[in-house]
Design a protein around this ligand. Structure first.
Ligand SMILES: Cc1cc2nc3c(=O)[nH]c(=O)nc-3n(C[C@H](O)[C@H](O)[C@H](O)COP(=O)(O)O)c2cc1C
Length: 201
């Protein structure tokens, strides 16, 4: 090891191996018990969600938290992707009224919402809850049901509840099929020569 080559310092209180275990054990959950979730827990989920990064920190997003059973029933009528009876559903929208210049592209705003949804899924998992990102829904009826203004675009639904059963994580493609080093198709990392930051003459 050289003076430029420090081992990384983990965030205090967060064991990297435990954190990785949280990431690799999350899986889509589509069946829930009929137990409700406290507002305190819901708030923790929303805090994790809002910590997501966004382009230029514009946070061009808006979230509707749907907890009333009557509203969840109505939503399910237009969202075939919401399976089972979740305790709550988050309707995650991009917000065209925020940062109209940047990010100018709809796609960038959509990516920001997807990042927030991933945070929500992981925070739910860390609390022992099950959740699933859902794109199978009819946006226009939901727009009417939940009074969305024209500048909000529904991106994903996230039903959340206490898992009805344990699920094993879904399979993933092999790393050597999807990861390259330096150039596409180079399947092995190339060994370093000089350490980063070293000057050459
Ligand atoms: C953008 C996106 C849209 C999805 N839409 C749906 C959906 O409409 N219905 C559904 O049951 N699952 C949906 N999923 C969940 C995926 O099917 C699931 O994440 C995938 O099979 C991988 O499984 P895992 O989440 O257990 O790792 C969606 C996932 C993503 C990322």
């Amino acid at each position: 090891m050289t003076s430029q080559d420090h081992p990384p310092a983990p965030v205090p209180g967060i064991a990297p191996a435990e954190f990785l275990r949280a990431l690799t054990t999350r899986t889509a959950v589509r069946a829930y018990t009929d137990t409700s979730i406290t507002l305190e827990t819901v708030n923790a989920l929303l805090e994790g969600m809002q910590a997501a990064p966004s382009a230029g920190n514009t946070q061009a997003w808006s979230f509707i938290v749907i907890r009333e059973p009557r509203n969840i029933r109505r939503l399910r009528a237009f969202a075939p992707g919401v399976i089972g009876h979740p305790a709550l559903v988050v309707l995650a929208c991009s917000d065209d009224s925020r940062g109209p210049e940047y990010p100018s592209e709809k796609q960038v705003r959509t990516l920001c919402v997807a990042m927030a949804v991933q945070n929500l899924l992981l925070t739910a998992h860390a609390h022992g809850l099950g959740a699933c990102p859902v794109h199978s829904f009819a946006p226009e009826p939901l727009r009417l049901l939940f009074d969305l203004p024209p500048y909000l675009q529904p991106v994903l639904l996230v039903p959340i509840g206490i898992p009805a059963h344990q699920r094993s994580p879904s399979s993933r493609r092999a790393s050597d099929e999807v990861i390259s080093y330096e150039t596409h198709g180079q399947r092995e990392p190339v060994s370093h020569g000089a350490p980063r930051g070293a000057t050459t003459t």
